[in-house]
Design a protein. Structure first.
Length: 348
């Protein structure tokens, strides 16, 4: 440490310049801390000056001492205000950085997609609503009377075997077809009328590629004067052409259902890619059996009607080329996402 009053004072001046330029150059809090340690730390330049005051003469000591102390205080307060400044600019910087970055691409917004079965039910409803049909819904938990008896299945009729369902106690069962809604509708409506009734049905079937214990049907019922098989055929042809295209060909084969007489099964011709086509069975239909009308207090001498029932999953399988009915209900998004963008038409 230099001795002698004037050189010490000069050194002090140099030191002051040095400290202040170091302070100015400190760009962040860490650099500032380094400056503090270098000059004010235990082994720092100013601290060692203070310690060295003891070696001065008693005359020099108070004067030089006062100057060193003054420098010490100046540096200390300059350090403090520099620290404040750096802290607030660091905060500002952070606030700026942590703002939401609107240039980041957002997370994809995936609206749900209507289920293929819903799409089809809506389409069928739209087609029939345009032809003036009521869209009607009724219960899935049913009594034997509405599911079988009133539809002309007497208690021991073998046709019941085809529709084994779930019996849930107290004479109740899960409806095995939507035909039950025919009876409910006719109990409250006076003919003439036209209605379809879509909904869930249940059967005690073992699952496989074409059977599930829960599935959907759309039932149709028309009662008016002089209804014939010709009305039925025209209606089904019109419906199936709307659904599968204007060139669609259908055929009707004789069949049996307790609630229709005569009864028919309706097939649709599908052209394969290889040029080979085939008839696919699509629905059951027929003229309403007089016993069914009678059960609903409708006079079969005055009124006649036709009815039909179609499996919605079956239609959807043909329409969308789905080979296994279980795919509809496995909730595999790879299947369901294919229907993205399809809107339920009658809600438009
Ligand atoms: N209910 C029948 C079934 O589930 C389908 C059916 C056939 C309904 C003929 C009808 C009909 O209305 O006339 O197998």
């Amino acid at each position: 440490m230099p001795t002698g009053n004037s050189s010490l004072i000069e050194n002090l001046e140099d030191l002051r310049k040095e400290v202040f330029s170091a302070l100015q150059g400190a760009g962040d809090l860490r650099a500032l801390e380094e400056v503090r340690v270098r000059y004010l730390g235990k082994k720092g330049a100013i601290k060692s000056l203070q310690k060295g005051l003891g070696s001065l003469t008693p005359e020099e000591r108070p004067k030089v001492g006062a100057q060193v102390n003054q420098l010490h205080d100046e540096v200390e307060s300059a350090l403090e205000s520099k620290r404040d400044a750096l802290e607030s600019s660091a905060l500002e910087e952070r606030l700026k950085k942590e703002q939401i970055d609107i240039s980041l691409p957002g997370r994809e917004d995936r609206p749900g997609t209507p289920h293929p079965v819903s799409i089809l039910i809506d389409e069928i409803s739209t087609i029939f609503a345009r032809m003036g049909y009521d869209i009607y819904a009724h219960r899935e938990i049913e009594t034997d009377y509405y599911n079988f008896e009133a539809l002309n299945f007497p208690a021991d009729h073998p046709a019941r075997d085809m529709q084994d369902t779930f019996f849930v106690g107290e004479g109740l069962l899960l409806r095995s077809h939507t035909s039950n809604a025919q009876i409910h509708y006719m109990e409250h409506q006076k003919p003439p009328f036209k209605m379809i009734t879509p909904g869930r049905c249940y059967r005690c079937d073992t699952q496989d590629a074409t059977h599930l214990p829960l599935f959907h049907q759309v039932e149709g019922l028309v009662v008016a004067k002089d209804i014939s098989m010709a009305h039925l055929k025209w209606t089904l042809e019109t419906f199936l052409r709307e659904l599968f295209g204007p060139k669609t060909e259908i055929r009707m084969r004789p069949s049996f259902f307790p609630f229709t007489e005569p009864s028919a099964e309706v097939d649709v011709w599908f052209e394969g890619k290889d040029g080979e086509g085939k008839w696919l069975e699509m629905l059951g239909a027929g003229l309403v059996d007089p016993n069914v009308l009678l059960a609903c207090q409708i006079d079969p001498e005055e009124w006649s009607g036709f009815a039909f029932g179609v499996g919605v999953e079956r239609l959807a399988m043909v329409r969308y080329g789905i080979k296994d009915i279980r795919m509809f209900y496995e909730n595999d998004v790879r299947v369901l996402r294919q229907f993205e963008g399809q809107r339920q038409s009658w809600r438009r």
